[in-house]
Design a protein around this ligand. Structure first.
Ligand code: SAM
Length: 249
């Protein structure tokens, strides 16, 4: 992973600014998708503590979060309560294998799968399962780690052996990282049409946070830069993550 320069000296505001720069591209894309529907049925598989789910519910949509971690779901419930959207958020303990037991097939308008595909055994099978949860025409928001940026980050940190090993894919049992071509091929094979592909965290993980914090206006400018490069194909290999929007055929 690129260097995370989070240190004890960082303030809550600066952490929030960095977090905004990390998520702005995904959130903007998702908000546009959700704007098409006043009250969508949204499923967030591996939604964890609800960083996205609660924001989606704040827009008036019904969100079912499925996650194997009871601790994460407890935090999600508290967050939803504090944000006044507990009635719109339901938390179900489960995982990708039990997804179709927890959510009726063809019932979701929008499905979030952020940071999960890299930790399941078989990403192609997982995407086939996700396709069954969505109604035809429903939209998948998929966020995965990107391989090329991870190679560069390891090399820049002096971990040349690790960088070399990552070049051709992960070792046994290691989290997967995907290229843009792999993501679109996997989506197509599972019955999705990719409608947008975004590079996420192209610069934010590379820039020391002190640089962003000391210069007035830097945080906002970095955010705008992340948004500007997100859809430029030449920057995709530099992005820590790839975000795809894909429609179920
Ligand atoms: C990297 S976190 C991502 C959390 C959240 N989606 C986000 O973007 O902030 C991965 C999440 O996937 C969950 N998870 C792990 N294995 C899973 C599986 N087999 N199926 C579904 N979720 C899983 C974890 O409990 C964790 O909450």
């Amino acid at each position: 992973m690129p260097a995370d320069r989070t240190g004890p000296q960082r303030t809550g505001t600066s952490v929030a600014r960095h977090s905004a720069a990390r998520t702005v591209v995904v959130w903007d894309a998702l908000r546009d998708v959700l704007a098409a529907d006043r009250s969508a049925s949204v499923v967030d598989i591996g939604g964890g503590t609800g960083g996205f789910a609660v924001r989606v519910a704040e827009l008036g949509h019904r969100v079912t979060v499925i996650d194997p971690s009871p601790d994460a779901l407890a935090i999600l419930a508290r967050r939803a309560e504090e944000s006044g959207v507990a009635d719109l958020v339901s938390a179900r303990q489960g995982d990708l294998d039990s997804l179709l037991d927890l959510v009726p097939p063809g019932s979701a308008d929008v499905l979030l799968c952020h940071g999960v595909l890299e930790i399941v055994d078989d990403s192609a099978t997982a995407l086939h399962t996700l396709a069954q949860v969505l109604r035809p025409g429903g939209v998948l928001s998929l966020l995965v780690n990107q391989r090329h940026a991870a190679v560069v980050a390891r090399a820049m940190a002096g971990h040349f052996v690790q960088a070399r090993a990552l070049l051709d894919g992960p070792g046994d049992g290691a989290p997967r990282r995907f290229t843009a071509e792999e993501v679109t091929a996997l989506l197509s094979g599972a019955g999705f049409d990719t409608t947008a592909l975004h590079g996420v965290r192209v610069f934010v993980d590379l820039v020391p946070s002190s640089l962003v914090e000391l210069e007035p206006g830097s945080a906002g400018a970095l955010l705008e830069l992340e948004k500007a490069v997100a859809t430029r194909p030449e920057y995709l290999p530099l992005a820590t993550q790839l975000h795809a929007l894909a429609t179920r055929r």
